[in-house]
Ligand binder design. Structure first.
Ligand code: UDP
Ligand code: MG
Length: 309
């Protein structure tokens, strides 16, 4: 790696019209003071507000800015990958548009990269203000995903610097629904971490509802792990053990001359088996639908406009 090589900063942006100028000027001031050459790629993820016009307007004044706009909302992961594809820097940093990822850390991350680290991973030393139910669900999700990836991801974030080698390795992944946070750990490479406190969002609001977070968690767990399918096997074994126990109890009752009261048991068993079968089919069906999505091989995103490129 060369000292003073260009740094690409990728910022997925969805309905962030008021954050665009503020984020750009904050980053520019910090990087100019540190004498780090950079380009800033805003990826407008199908915003319905003035996000893209603001990006274009800024790009006419500042040549460091590139803007891409999706034809519709494809999601943050797609925006990250589009930004990585458009980046020309020797290293790339992905960060949020709302400055919840602290920009003052950028020169430190760049310095660690210049020292030879290929991934500088921002890890959350605190999660910021958040409701306790959200924290509990997030912990549960990260425990599952850490097991799937085989790396502790409990403090992982999307705020990370990657060397060009890492970016090229990520761009080679053909999957339709990539999970950036886990994939960028899964690829390996020489990694170091840098702790940060999640900042308060000062303008706008979070784009995540409980429903979209649940969908995001299911999508990413199943795209990284086959463990849910093993639940099907587990449930099967559970039912087998329960039916053996019931069989032994029935035989015991039969031989000790007690009448077998059967009707309720039969109905209950039918309901339990029916539910277990339907849940199992649902889990398997989910994986089949993912295979179907992969086989269709549609693009991860569609770019409708570009500016400053
Ligand atoms: N984002 C995006 N597409 C989406 C949702 C969010 O590109 O569909 C961007 C958003 O503009 C921000 C980043 O992803 O730059 C993080 O989003 P947000 O702040 O809403 O998430 P939170 O910080 O609450 O996890
Ligand atoms: Mg945010």
């Amino acid at each position: 790696m060369t000292k003073n090589a260009k740094l690409s900063i990728i910022i997925p942006s969805y309905n962030e019209q008021d954050n665009i100028p503020r984020t750009f000027h904050t980053i520019k001031e910090i990087l100019d003071n540190a004498c780090i050459p950079f380009e800033l790629i805003f990826v407008d993820d199908g915003s319905t507000d003035l996000t893209y016009p603001r990006i274009c307007q800024l790009s006419t004044e500042y040549p460091e800015i590139k803007g891409l706009s999706f034809s519709r909302n494809f999601g943050k992961e797609a925006a990250i990958f589009a930004g990585l594809e458009a980046a020309s820097g020797a290293s790339c940093i992905v960060m949020d548009c709302d400055l919840q990822h602290p920009a003052p850390l950028l020169p430190d991350m760049y310095r660690l990269w210049a020292e030879g680290y290929e991934i500088v991973e921002g890890i959350k030393s605190s999660r910021g203000r958040e409701n306790p139910l959200h924290t509990m669900c997030a912990n549960c999700f990260y425990r599952l995903i850490s097991r799937a990836v085989g790396i502790d991801m409990s403090k992982a974030s999307d705020f990370k610097l990657m060397d060009r080698k890492v970016v090229d390795a990520l761009l080679l992944m053909p999957e339709r629904a990539p999970f950036f946070r886990a994939l960028s750990s899964w690829v390996g490479f020489k990694t170091t971490t840098i702790p940060f406190d999640v900042q308060e969002r000062s303008i706008g609001s979070s784009k995540w509802s409980v429903w979209s977070l649940t969908k995001y968690a299911i999508q990413n767990i199943t795209s990284f792990s086959g463990i849910p399918m093993q639940f099907v096997t587990l449930m099967g074994w559970g039912m087998l053990i329960a039916s053996l126990a019931l069989g032994i109890q029935s035989l015991y009752k039969y031989f000790s001359g007690m009448a077998l009261e059967g009707f309720t048991t039969v109905i209950l068993l039918q309901l339990i088996i029916g539910s277990v079968l339907m849940i199992s089919l649902g889990i398997i069906g989910h994986y089949i639908s993912k295979i179907y999505d992969e086989i269709k091989a549609r693009p991860r995103y569609i770019i409708s406009k570009r500016c400053g490129c």
